[in-house]
Design a binder for this molecule. Structure first.
Ligand code: H2B
Length: 117
């Protein structure tokens, strides 16, 4: 891996973190699998539970997710258990859910998709 892959994207290239409205959120949520809405007001979030065979796999997932969080400068709340991890995405800067939450959700899901040979 090159060091540039570990560098936070140029902030000017990062999307504006604007809170999305309810209908935008519902549409974006319908394009993802297994993500649900939780909380309300400024605490509203999208969340998903990821299940693994054991602790080692769970932590490997957490480490891969940390790379996405660092690159995107967007940091989900994690609840880490022996064989599952609950990921909760909210944009505190915007006091709601923003495009960054959905971008990260998509990249996190992609970690677990089978890769083409
Ligand atoms: C200064 C820095 O870019 C901001 O505080 C970023 C960092 N990571 C973040 N992560 C999340 N989940 N929400 C944010 O609003 C947020 N803001």
């Amino acid at each position: 891996m090159s060091t540039s892959q570990l560098t936070i994207k140029n902030w000017k290239q990062l999307p504006a973190r604007k809170a999305m409205g309810p209908s935008e959120i519902v549409t974006a949520l319908s394009r993802l699998e297994g993500w649900t809405l939780s909380g309300d007001g400024a605490q509203v979030a999208i969340e998903k539970s990821f299940h693994f065979a054991n602790y080692f796999e769970t932590i490997a997932f957490v480490n891969a997710l940390a790379l996405i969080a660092h690159r995107e400068d967007h940091h989900p709340d994690l609840s880490v258990h022996y064989n599952r991890c609950v990921v909760r995405l909210n944009t505190h800067d915007a006091g709601g859910i923003s495009r960054s939450d959905f971008d990260c959700a998509q990249q996190i899901d992609a970690l677990l998709k089978p890769q083409a040979p």
